[in-house]
Design a protein around this ligand. Structure first.
Ligand SMILES: *Cc1c(COP(=O)(O)O)cnc(C)c1O
Length: 462
């Protein structure tokens, strides 16, 4: 069905297309894998190879590929009104209806939404909005936003600054002023000799220490992903988020939940903050809001902030051409309605989520796996060298890039699983069935075995 051969695609790709987060030269030498079509939870590349997509595209295709309702919604809206803006005291029916529906499915403190085109832009809006909020309240000094090392909040100047990726900060003079980072709640790496729960508390209390160091009158907000996604699917200890909430409440600091991945059912509740038991003031969303069929993002604005912006703020000098794009909003409406009709959130919580958790508990027995974590339909397997080490294993040397070795096996075996260092992570579509989880587990186990064989053959375990 392809109009060109794989080699022709790869040559044209290498000649003209600069890919995100990519070493351009080495990819040009190796050649991209060109994905041509998809259905349900499967992809096909231009060689006709079928691949099980355990990453939902990039954490977004929650309802799976080929959903007629989303395709029809986009087509209808393109025919009726492909674009109109929301700048000039105007609006469109899909944007209004989506705002209304989002107010319904998000926690009750959220009655208003500000639309963006992506998660990164949503977090740019967060920075503008929290600083504006304190300005209006007569506390313009309250500017600093606290985030975490190894957080991911997008790739614009503000998004990458909020994020805590050292590699991103090293390029382009980041972070921008007024953004500081505390440690991530990653027990395996940073837990020293604390129990999981002790470590969760200690880690959260770094926020308190940071607030006291800077002065509470300087700290505008704390931002975090309920579960770090791009950082490696790091599920924090159960003690972490309640303590963060307590600290934000005590010092009046706004709490921002970046739910670009954890939103719309991924963790088995509509939003990750519900799974973690927090009550955020702002909530960033993107990805799963449209299941990735078309770009859309935004920020849910809690009443505490919304009332100030609306009643006392005057004009908010911020917005995007595509804020409330009617086609994107129409697709989001169809997507959220489908999630509801198919009870996907409850399915994740009571059926496929626990089923995956059980399977991962068994995978934890594999000689290469030091830690196996899941939450809803997110999962991580940490590859370790010596399972008898503290906390279930000693890490392999970083320069070995064993995660990449494992990922190579996955590609060849027809499975998309991502490597973050030596954490092998998945976030399959929420429509995945138990039978498909079994199928995925066979592939994962096979790839772990192949990786273990490499380790033994090359003596990397010594
Ligand atoms: C993907 C992601 C973003 C950025 O979203 P884009 O649409 O790529 O700009 C922000 N936050 C989190 C938690 C993400 O996973």
């Amino acid at each position: 069905m392809s109009t060109r051969t794989t080699q022709q695609w790869q040559a044209a790709d290498a000649a003209h297309f600069l890919h995100p987060f990519t070493d351009f030269q080495s990819l040009a030498k190796r050649g991209s894998r060109v994905i041509e079509r998809a259905s349900d939870i499967y992809l096909w590349d231009t060689d006709g190879k079928k691949i099980l997509d355990a990453m939902s595209g990039l954490w977004c295709v929650n309802v799976g590929y080929g959903q007629r309702a989303l395709i029809d919604a986009a087509t209808r809206q393109l025919e009726t009104l492909p674009f109109y803006n929301a700048f000039f005291q105007t609006a469109t029916p899909p944007a209004i209806e989506l705002a209304e529906l989002l107010a319904e499915v998000t926690p009750p403190q959220f009655q208003h939404v500000f639309f963006s085109g992506s998660g990164s832009e949503g977090n740019d809006t967060v920075v503008r909005m929290v600083r504006r909020y304190w300005d209006i309240l007569g506390q313009p000094e309250r500017q600093v936003i606290v985030s975490r090392h190894n957080a991911y909040h997008g790739s614009t100047m503000a998004g990458a600054s909020l994020g805590g990726m050292a590699g991103m900060h090293a390029q382009g003079g980041l972070p921008i002023p007024g953004i500081v980072h505390i440690d991530q709640p990653y027990w395996f790496e940073n837990g020293a000799d604390l129990s999981r729960d002790e470590f969760g508390l200690a880690c959260a209390r770094q926020l308190e220490a940071k607030i006291l160091e800077l002065g509470a009158d300087k700290v505008a907000a704390f931002i975090g992903e309920p579960i770090q996604g791009a950082g490696g699917v790091i599920v924090p200890p159960a003690t972490y988020w309640p303590e963060i909430q307590r600290i934000c409440d005590q010092y009046g600091v706004l709490l921002v939940s970046d739910e670009v991945i954890t939103g719309f059912g991924r963790t088995g509740r509509w939003f990750g903050c519900e799974t973690m038991g927090t009550k955020p003031d702002l909530l960033t969303f993107a990805k799963g809001v449209t299941s990735g069929y078309i770009p859309l993002g935004g920020v849910m604005v809690g009443e505490r902030v919304a009332r100030v912006l609306i009643e006392r703020g005057g004009e908010f000098n911020h917005g995007y051409t595509y804020s409330g794009h009617p086609v994107a909003c129409a697709v989001a409406l169809a997507n959220i309605r489908l999630v509801r009709e198919q009870n996907l959130v409850e399915r994740v919580r009571t059926d496929v989520g626990p089923y995956l958790a059980e399977a991962y508990a068994q995978l934890a027995e594999h000689p290469l796996v030091g830690e196996a974590q899941t939450c809803g339909l997110m999962g991580a397997l940490l590859l370790v060298k010596d399972k008898s080490g503290p906390r279930g294993g000693a890490p392999f040397p970083g320069e070995l890039e064993l995660g990449m070795v494992c990922r190579g096996h996955c590609f060849r075996e027809g499975l998309i699983m991502r490597a973050v260092g030596d954490r092998m992570i998945i976030a399959p579509p929420l429509i995945i069935t138990r039978a498909q989880i079994d199928e995925m587990l066979v592939l994962i186990r096979r790839c772990l075995d192949l990786t273990l064989a490499d380790v033994r053959k090359n003596g990397w375990d010594h």
